[in-house]
Design a protein around this ligand. Structure first.
Ligand code: KG4
Length: 376
């Protein structure tokens, strides 16, 4: 005899004692035949860096996705870990509350809580992990741990409504580009991913942000560089494009060449940056996008996989999106670019990954700890 805890059709919890799975299936069938919805409803929590986010999804369809950013870091030109964890502590309760409210879902109707376990800033992760554990314990529902990077990839499976069915087919290649990562991932299945190439130094987002900083632009510089680049000439200045073996990336040489370009030009013209800001942004963006696409093109050609997806915060970049569309036309790639809300750090992608794991009955123990880095 097994004891299952299930939800009634209208959301009130009750405990049923049923004999084996057959009875459970019969109950589900009965509810569906009465036209009632027995969806799997998950809460996702993301707190790996400087965005506190909570989302509710039911059967893979997003019902809400609330993100609270942290303005406190702007004054420092980068994320300050201690300030990030304090802001998460302030934000987590109202953000979760808002996500449930927008989804019109009661806590008692949740089937599980999925949370980002890592990689990320340890203090920030601790806030989300502790909150998720507390909520799951209070509601007596399963806890599901999610890898932040895998969640970015699985953002492609988030659906906004039932008619939304366009998703990459396995196997596919995913270019994951964010503030901390630049990777080419071979995705064989939702739970079978292999990093075939990655940066050996700076990430693409970091290169955008650091070069923006030396031009005096505020953090995060990526979106601003993108905007200014639209008005500039991408051929105005030569920049070095480091090339490392196979599918790996390197952006530190590009960053240094950008720095030296400014240093030398400022010696003769102190107004050089102000006069050439748009061109500098256009050249920087063109160089980063070109490096990213060269390696991706090689991976697609070598592996003969033409399902190609883009993920992570830098995928909001208009130059990169354009390059993706051009490659789709020129090389016949089937491309998948998520809506901007699911490219930056968000809990909908965490809940989506949690949903796959829920179906696979992959639950986490209460004593697990967050991890800051992926150990290889
Ligand atoms: O995935 P994400 O939100 O989180 C972290 O990795 O923390 O990515 C943030 C990164 C930042 O480096 C930001 O500058 C970059 O994504 N980014 C952009 C654009 N929008 C965000 N970079 C270039 N162009 C953009 N439009």
């Amino acid at each position: 005899m097994s004891v299952y805890k299930v939800k009634s059709c209208d959301g009130y919890p009750f405990v049923m004692i049923i004999w084996k799975n057959l009875t459970m299936h019969f109950f589900y069938y009965f509810c569906r035949s009465k036209g009632k919805k027995m969806g799997i409803t998950l809460l996702g929590i993301e707190s790996s860096c400087d965005d506190t986010s909570a989302a509710v999804i039911r059967d893979g369809i997003v019902l809400s996705n609330v993100i609270a950013g942290q303005k406190v870091h702007e004054a420092y030109g980068g994320v300050v870990p201690e300030l990030a964890s304090r802001a998460h502590q302030e934000n987590i309760v109202p953000v979760v509350h808002e996500a449930l409210k927008r989804a019109d879902v009661r806590k008692a109707s949740l089937d599980a809580v999925a949370f980002t376990r890592g990689p990320g800033l340890l203090g920030s992760l601790l806030v989300g992990v502790s909150f998720a554990k507390g909520l799951a314990a209070a509601l007596d529902i399963p806890l599901i741990e999610v890898n932040h990077l895998q969640a970015h990839v699985l953002a492609h499976f988030i659906r906004t409504d039932v008619s939304d069915t366009r998703q990459p087919k396995f196997p596919f290649l995913c270019l994951l580009v964010s503030g901390g990562n630049s990777q080419i991932i071979l995705v064989r299945q939702w739970n079978e991913m292999e990093i075939i190439g990655q940066t050996i130094d700076d990430a693409a987002g970091e290169a955008f942000d650091k070069c923006a900083k030396v031009m005096g632009l505020p953090y995060p510089g990526g979106p601003l560089v993108d905007r200014l680049a639209n008005e500039g000439n991408p051929q105005a200045f030569p920049l070095s494009r480091p090339n490392v073996p196979e599918y790996d990336y390197s952006f530190s040489g590009l960053k240094t060449s950008f720095l030296y370009l400014l240093r030398d030009a400022l010696k003769t013209d102190p107004e050089f940056i102000a006069k050439n800001r748009n061109d500098l942004c256009a050249c920087l963006q063109e160089a980063i996008v070109s490096v990213l696409m060269t390696k991706l093109r090689k991976a697609v050609a070598d592996l003969h996989i033409n399902e190609v997806a883009l993920a992570g915060g830098v995928s909001a970049n208009s130059g990169l999106r354009k390059a993706f569309r051009e490659h789709a036309e020129q090389y016949g790639w089937n491309i998948y670019i998520p809506p901007p809300a699911y490219t930056t750090d968000n809990a909908a992608m965490v809940a989506m990954n949690g949903y796959f794991k829920f179906l696979n009955r992959e639950f986490a123990p209460m004593d697990l700890e967050p991890f800051a880095r992926v150990v290889v």
